[in-house]
Ligand binder design. Structure first.
Ligand code: G4P
Length: 529
């Protein structure tokens, strides 16, 4: 039997956040290549090739007719056991993308060097900040013409409000990309575009003050590098592990995932700087990942879109101890002892049944409809609850109407159940009944999912009428008199399923105006846990 302490200490569980196309999939693939989980990091899902990136799970699942989108990739590298959590993006960007970050111990932010901070990164970053988890930056696509390096860092600091500390520094970009200078070792790793990153590249290093570097980089780049190093050493924040741990300072790395340059350098530093599973807050105080027996919480529930498999899968993040398949556990919110049914894990492309798993790992179990997001599972005899998962602000709203009003009961049942799974949020206007429901979603694909599921699972046809609202805030004041609220013309007052009051607006600036007009009003971006 493996030693629990050393198994947990070697775990690193993180999410990769980025705006679509910044290179998250490519980087993940290259990580797997180093972990030996795949032999060939194939060119990424592209139009040119029909091969799918290994982390492009949803499509793979669809093709194979398997019921779930997996949540994690696990691989071993350099003595570490690494769990990469998938943060669905693109079309399937949804609340799940945010929830996944609740299960991560740190985040890697991938930024396109020619674009800087983009919208989706900004949204995901907010969740990381709320959790105070360490954030590491990988500035990608240096093999293409990039923005000025100082400007890129400035952009991160201004847009995201986090200090940056470059661990390495690029020499040129695009056709002129020569490599990266590592500030700690004062060595330059030379960039040579070979084999399009299908092989683990052999890194060639040259000391920064060697004449060889001047010859390789050319006078101009060499001179610029010297100037930039001087500027950097004088002006940039010093590396401070404590600030990194608190999520206040982001170590920054440069590279090119596609050509597999700078990826291993990043991985090595990152694994060293990020933490193993840390204690997590529960209602009885902090739960130690090593000292405490098995415990976990549900962060995502995936319902099946396929009629032939009507199951759901609950994804759990193990927070402490060891999980053994077949052992009896206690579901706190359901107040029931149970065995977890067919616990599964993803190892590269393969899903397999788990025999044992440790704090830091993610397991998916078949859910007959008993779990809710945020539920705690622990050992029988214990009764603590982990802190809940907040509700994230939807950005798209639509009014839902039933086509056949005779099916009101099924409609209410279906829409309530789907909302309980966390796929959508439902709101009601004041003074209307359940036949007038407003649905809010984080990603527009969820509207289609809702329509499809209501028709297929509940036999209810609906019509969706898009509403122009895009901004929502929860009213935090318990005693606020809604009738006296002075709003803006584009504002609507609604309540959620629990009866909590909220405001929705079309324009973002109206939020500030509403605050100005109602002194004492407190608004929150995340729903109560
Ligand atoms: P994502 O998961 O963040 O959405 O990004 P993904 O890895 O799929 O990469 C998006 C596109 O960017 C891909 O092009 C990929 O090859 C390219 N890319 C990723 N990293 C680098 C890099 O370091 N340098 C360069 N030059 N390109 C990179 P694609 O598959 O051809 O798709 P598309 O361009 O047709 O969308």
């Amino acid at each position: 039997m493996a030693d629990i302490t050393s198994e947990i200490k070697k775990r690193r569980t993180f999410a990769i956040i980025s705006h679509p196309d910044a290179g998250k999939t490519t980087l993940t693939e290259k990580f797997l290549l180093y972990g030996g989980a795949i032999n060939l990091a194939g060119s990424v899902k592209g139009k040119a090739t029909s091969r799918h990136a290994v982390s492009d799970w949803m499509e793979i699942e669809k093709e194979r007719g398997i019921s779930v989108t997996s949540s994690v990739l696990q691989f071993n590298y350099d003595g570490y056991c690494i769990n990469i959590l998938d943060t669905p993006g693109h079309q399937d960007f949804s609340e799940d993308t945010y929830r996944t970050l609740m299960a991560a111990d740190s985040a890697v932010m991938v930024i396109d060097a020619s674009k800087g901070v983009e919208a989706q990164t900004r949204k995901l970053f907010k969740v990381c900040v709320m959790r105070h988890i360490p954030i590491f930056t990988f500035i990608n696509k240096m093999d293409r013409d990039a923005n000025d390096t100082f400007e890129l860092l400035d952009d991160i600091e201004k847009e995201l409000g986090i200090a940056t500390c470059p661990i390495n520094w690029p020499i040129g970009s695009g056709k002129e990309f020569k490599g990266v200078y590592e500030r700690g070792s004062r060595k330059v790793t030379v960039f040579r575009d070979t084999e399009k990153g299908t092989k683990e590249g052999l890194a060639e290093e040259i000391a920064v003050d060697s004449p060889e570097l001047k010859a390789f980089a050319g006078e101009e780049h060499y001179g610029q590098l010297m100037d930039e190093i001087e500027l950097l050493d004088g002006a940039s924040a010093e590396f401070d592990q404590e600030l990194v741990d608190k999520g206040e300072l982001s170590p920054v790395f440069f590279g090119s995932a596609l050509t597999n340059f700078g990826v291993e350098i990043f991985l090595k530093h990152f694994l060293h700087m990020t933490t193993p599973p840390l204690p997590r807050m529960a209602d009885i105080g902090e739960i130690d990942p090593i000292k405490e027996d098995f415990s976990a919480f549900v962060f995502k529930i995936q319902a099946n879109m396929n009629k032939a498999h009507r199951d759901r899968i609950a994804f759990m993040r193990i927070c402490s101890g060891r999980f053994d398949a077949g052992m009896e556990v206690y579901h706190v919110q359901g107040d029931k002892k149970q065995r977890l049914s067919q616990p599964q894990q993803m190892m590269a492309q393969e899903r397999h049944v788990v025999d044992e798993a440790y704090a830091g790992d993610i397991i998916g179990v078949f859910d007959p409809g008993i779990y809710s997001i945020g539920d705690t599972i622990c050992m029988p005899g214990k009764k603590f609850r982990y802190e809940g998962i907040p509700t994230f602000a939807p950005e798209h709203f639509a009014r839902v109407r039933q086509v056949d009003t005779m099916k009101r009961k099924q409609f209410v049942k279906g829409i309530t159940q789907i909302a309980q799974e966390g796929a959508i949020q439902i709101f009601q206007e004041y003074n209307t009944g359940l036949e007038e429901i407003i649905v809010g979603v984080v990603g527009v694909l969820q509207f289609e999912v809702l329509k499809y599921r209501l028709e297929n699972e509940y036999n209810v046809e609906i019509r969706l009428e898009n509403l122009p609202y895009e901004h929502i805030r929860w009213i935090e004041n318990e005693d606020f008199d809604l009738n006296s609220l002075v709003g803006t013309s584009d504002m609507k007052k609604v309540k959620d399923m629990k009866g909590n009051p909220l405001l929705i607006w079309v324009n973002s600036w109206s939020i500030g105006m509403t605050l100005d007009r109602n002194p004492g009003l407190k608004l929150a971006e995340f729903g109560r846990q």
